[in-house]
Design a protein around this ligand. Structure first.
Ligand code: ZN
Length: 347
């Protein structure tokens, strides 16, 4: 005679079967881990259907409790197992798809960049001199002592060759401390006449402050031709300063010394802030120094095997940061290199 199943247990079994069926369908239907977690909470969460059922067991008569507990716990294990399998399946599916793409997410806006103020200034300098017949050339940033110093008539023992003025590399080369070695490289390769400018980075072991940086930019200029003189230099630079800083800008030469030019001059422009009457920017002098220039020293021509009797030339070099700071009224050189988009966005 088959054992008589009590009514209480019969109804409990029915309930667990119903829950199992419901849960199985919902687990199968879940498309994402989030959906699946909602299913889990619906059955096994604090107020979940199965949790509620388990809570009724202690209210049953003592003799029914073991069987009721066995049924409910078997269902709980079964549900947890189904959930785990589905989680694995969803993870696997995600991996197979590669990146999960949610097309409802807002897109990443691409911000349009702008040309860096230093690049803009170099482009403007290049444009002006190209109109005067100059060719833009490039040279290496790692240089030999010969190109950076010796060929430019800077003798051994000159202070600029000291280690605290130049970055030397282990193999005896150096990071160029000026763009002037490009003059030498071009003259070694090409026959005169020539007109070149060489924009680029230079390096000096200077402590960084508002007006110094261990890396900055220069533009070197060189013209070699028959009978070139100071008036030609002055003419080219006058065109440059007027185009760069405005038609009313005045220019003056102050005698100076550079090893690679003779005579040499430092070139000032009338202060672009006060127009020459004196202000804080020009230290109340009315003039701003913007570059160095001069007539090419015959020793430089000899180093590149140009005949100083037949050829003459002028050279100049300017700091791009200085020109940009004056043009745009920037007071701290570090702003160019900090990559602060609030600054860069203004150009
Ligand atoms: Zn001034």
């Amino acid at each position: 005679m088959p054992e008589k199943i009590p009514q209480k247990i019969k109804s409990l079994r029915k309930k667990t079967e119903k829950i199992e069926k419901e849960a199985w369908l919902l687990i199968e239907d879940a498309k994402t881990l989030e959906e699946l977690d909602k299913v889990r909470v619906g059955f096994l969460g604090r107020n979940g259907t199965l949790t509620q059922l388990l809570k009724t067991i202690p209210q049953l008569a003592l003799k029914y409790r073991p069987e009721a507990g066995r049924l409910a716990n078997a269902l709980k294990r079964k549900l947890e197992e189904n959930l785990r399998e589905k989680i694995d399946a969803l993870h696997k599916e995600k991996e197979e798809k590669g990146l999960e793409i949610d097309i409802t997410m807002p897109g990443c806006a691409q911000e349009l960049g702008s040309t860096h103020p230093i690049s803009q200034t170099m482009a403007e300098i290049s444009r002006i001199f190209k109109n005067l017949g100059f060719k833009v050339v490039d040279g290496p940033e790692v240089e030999t002592e010969y190109h950076n110093f010796t060929a430019l008539n800077i003798p051994e023992g000159h202070p600029s060759r000291e280690t605290f003025h130049t970055f030397y590399l282990d193999d005896g080369t150096l990071l160029r401390s000026q763009t002037s070695p490009v003059q030498i490289r071009v003259m070694q390769k090409e026959k005169p006449p020539l007109r070149i400018i060489a924009p680029g980075k230079v390096y000096r072991p200077d402590a960084t402050d508002a007006s110094h940086s261990f890396m900055f930019h220069q533009v070197e200029g060189l013209a070699v031709d028959k009978k070139i003189n100071l008036a030609d230099l002055k003419g080219a630079l006058t065109v440059f300063v007027r185009e760069m800083f405005g038609k009313k800008t005045k220019m003056r030469f102050r005698p100076h010394f550079f090893p690679f030019t003779e005579p040499s001059a430092e070139v000032d422009i009338s202060c672009i802030i006060c127009g020459g009457s004196g202000c804080r920017v020009c230290s109340f002098k009315g003039w701003l120094e913007i570059l160095g220039a001069g007539i090419v020293d015959p020793n430089v021509f000899k180093a590149v095997k140009y005949d100083p009797e037949s050829w003459s030339g002028y050279a100049f070099g300017m700091g791009v940061e200085r020109i940009a700071m004056l043009k745009y009224g920037i007071t701290d050189i570090r702003m160019f290199f900090e990559n602060d988009v609030r600054f860069l966005r203004q150009f």
